[in-house]
Design a protein. Sequence first.
Length: 219
Amino acid sequence: MSITPESVKQLLSSEDLGDRLRAVNQIRNLEQPIAFELLQIAIADSHERVRYSAVSQLDTLGNQDLPLTLDILRDRLLNDTQYDVQAAAADCLGALKLQEAFEDLQELYHKTPEWLVKFSIIAALGELGDPRSFELLKQALSSDNDLIQTAAISSLGELGDPQAVPLLVPYVTNPDWQVRYRVVQALSRLGGVEAKPILETLAHDEVEAIATEAKKSLH
């Protein structure tokens, strides 16, 4: 059976959850303007799995109408009752570089008890590229959650503010090699005179991947 806008719309209105989930998956096969329109139906669904699947597609379909996408993602970020939908909204705001949502992301980071939402916000801030993110990323470095801390290291590298270099120094000797790997990646992006001696140290790291990344950056 071929997938058409009509058949997808019919599935989206089904009382069966499986039908609605299948519909969201089938939206990927439709032309983007139509897909974007149908996605809005799914984003208003009563079930969080449907909303999550639909919101997650906005990173590729949101460009159809960025002002509307911004409104939709802001609404899901701040008002959805499910933390994984909020996290997906944060991911998409970052992917689409919607800097207008910075204050919303910052507000929710301080309010939410959910580590996954916090993690998604910190990861999104790197992609967002808004200079205002620096202070929040600096705070996230002190998180007692290792994943949030690691996301902050990466995002500081993506943000590109050289003020981040001294903040990353304490993590050069972190016992977790994955943290050190994120540090070398961040320093490679940041570059500059201050980063060079730290990269020279990391070029002698016992983990080959870290040493190689540092050497590549130095050359």
